[in-house]
Design a protein around this ligand. Sequence first.
Ligand code: SAM
Length: 290
Amino acid sequence: MATLGNPQETIAVLKKYGFSFRKKYGQNFLIDTHVLDRIVEAAEIGPEDTVLEIGPGIGTMTQYLAENAGQVVAVEIDDALIPILDDTLSAYDNVEVIHEDILKVDLQALAREKNQDKPFKVVANLPYYITTPILMGLFESKVPLKSVTVMVQKEVAERMQAGPGTKDYGALSLAVQYYAEAGIVAHVPPHCFMPRPNVGSAVIKLTLHEIPPVVTKDEDFLFKIIRAAFNQRRKTLCNALANAGLTGLSKEEIGQILQQMNLSENIRGEALTLAEFADLTGRIIQQRKA
Ligand code: SAM
């Protein structure tokens, strides 16, 4: 039975080890059993699953995951938490804690060594200061994934689901769309954490596409174009791309391509759909070859 997930037990563990929270590691531990149940339920964790947890903290969610999953691999950066995890997870023989920075872990090697290259389900209450690098790292590593169910800052969850023409729409929205189907599972108020964060939170589930919704010959280049378009989001797409100097084409040439796509030369990147970005990328590649 999971023993953590309430304020009393969390305080008892923290006191026992004289643990002090480190703000720099985005430490806000979950102290609400309903939220923990909801996350595990949304992630649809069963005995056939291997879960990759990022930032187990004192092991609260890890206990819930271990109760339900076949195997849990948890990656934690903070030295001070390692002896605590040894203790709080001692009853589970299906959990392995890896003391590492998730941004430095070779995810492909991890999948090979710990899960015979079968897909992981990622579940985490993420350290908010590195939400985007963690998610982009997971996607771009091409590590086999079934789903990613994570607690993030509420505004970031909204950005992930945003569509063209909205203020929240950006490179992250397009990356999420390219790789996954996104759905907000729950909104979580600050009092469900210790210490309380200054922002609202949401659990979002990303279910990976088996086939990407658009076809591109060069995924890397597609995302370079997308990032360049949003790096200067107040500028027209032509200017933003010409200034980024990554296409090898002039502003006029990019304008002509947009016209061929029946788009205005003055359009901004924030108005383009993922399919239009993919089309634009293909045409730029074609023109560079010509
Ligand atoms: N899972 C725990 C919970 O829900 O109570 C803790 C979540 S807390 C929001 C984020 C956790 O990520 C902390 O334990 C923190 O030390 C860890 N962390 C921060 N940066 C990390 C990194 N680069 N790699 C691995 N873990 C990290």
